[in-house]
Design a protein around this ligand. Structure first.
Ligand code: 5RP
Length: 261
């Protein structure tokens, strides 16, 4: 079995390095997406082969299924109440470690779980790093009731904001509206550049029908950016440190076998 493609390799090494933050007995939030999936596989390997004791709180039904498959014990946030750590991917990461998330449609559970954690470690490939947030369409979760009205209110609220575009589209999945695990819908805001993320996040969450937006501000503590050459950059906002490291890759043939995500 060969190595994965360069992007998967970068995602994989970031995940491999991030699980170093997991200590025995921890309650860990498990993110959603292709990078987070690598993290769940790495965690599963540590549970199976090293006897790591950990309890995962998944942020989506997809991640819950993968965790079960990989042998990572899981529970609910209701049961765990508070977590030691969350490890999750992101769609964009800026220099202050603010994020856009929700490309996979799991932003609501992801934000609740990350906020209920002592620490959030973001895992990313270099394409996710940006100077200014906003090139990736900002996901906003809305309830289905009156969603067109909510969309119109969002469009109106964007007038006069420090942004580079104002198009709002309903996310689709096979020609039907995409539904989140909560049965809600996602509106993608094509803003191109977000001048004041803080102001925008507050504004959006005041609109009736909006459940949550994909701006994760002041939540992430560490970003691990993987590179295809097997190195990572670890940026820790609380300690003000940025280090370059080479990741100790195990014999990962088993981990790479049968991966389709
Ligand atoms: C899901 C997310 C993901 O973390 C984000 O979309 C990144 O996904 P990937 O790791 O597949 O690039 O926010 O809601």
């Amino acid at each position: 079995m060969g190595r994965p493609n360069p992007i998967d390799m970068a995602k994989y090494v970031s995940a491999r390095r991030a699980v170093d933050y997991v200590q025995d007995g921890m309650r860990v939030g498990l993110g959603t997406g292709s990078t987070a999936a690598w993290m769940v596989r790495c965690l599963g390997e540590l549970v199976r082969e090293d006897g790591l004791r950990v309890t995962g709180v998944p942020t989506s039904s997809r991640t819950a299924d993968l965790a079960r498959h990989c042998g990572v014990p899981i529970t609910t946030l209701e049961d765990a109440k508070w977590l030691d750590l969350t490890i999750d991917g992101a769609d964009e990461v800026d220099d202050d470690l603010n994020l856009i998330k929700g490309g996979g449609g799991a932003l609501l559970q992801e934000k609740i779980v990350a906020t209920a954690s002592d620490m959030m470690v973001v895992i990313a490939d270099p394409a996710k790093r940006v100077e200014t947030l906003g090139a990736f369409p900002l996901p906003v979760e809305v309830i289905p009731f009156g969603w067109q009205t909510t969309k119109a209110l969002i469009e109106e609220s964007l007038i006069g904001q420090d942004i580079g575009g104002r198009a709002v589209t309903l996310r689709l999945a096979q020609d039907a509206p995409f539904r989140t695990d909560e049965g809600n819908m996602i509106l993608d805001l094509h803003l191109r550049r977000i001048g004041s993320a803080r102001q925008l996040a507050l504004l959006l969450n005041q609109i009736p029908g909006v459940v949550e937006n994909g701006l994760f501000l002041d939540i992430a503590d560490v970003v691990v950016t993987g590179r295809q050459d097997g190195t990572v950059e670890v940026r820790d906002i609380n300690h003000g440190t940025t280090t370059d490291e080479r990741v100790d890759l195990r014999d990962d043939d088993n981990l790479f076998a049968g991966v389709t995500d």
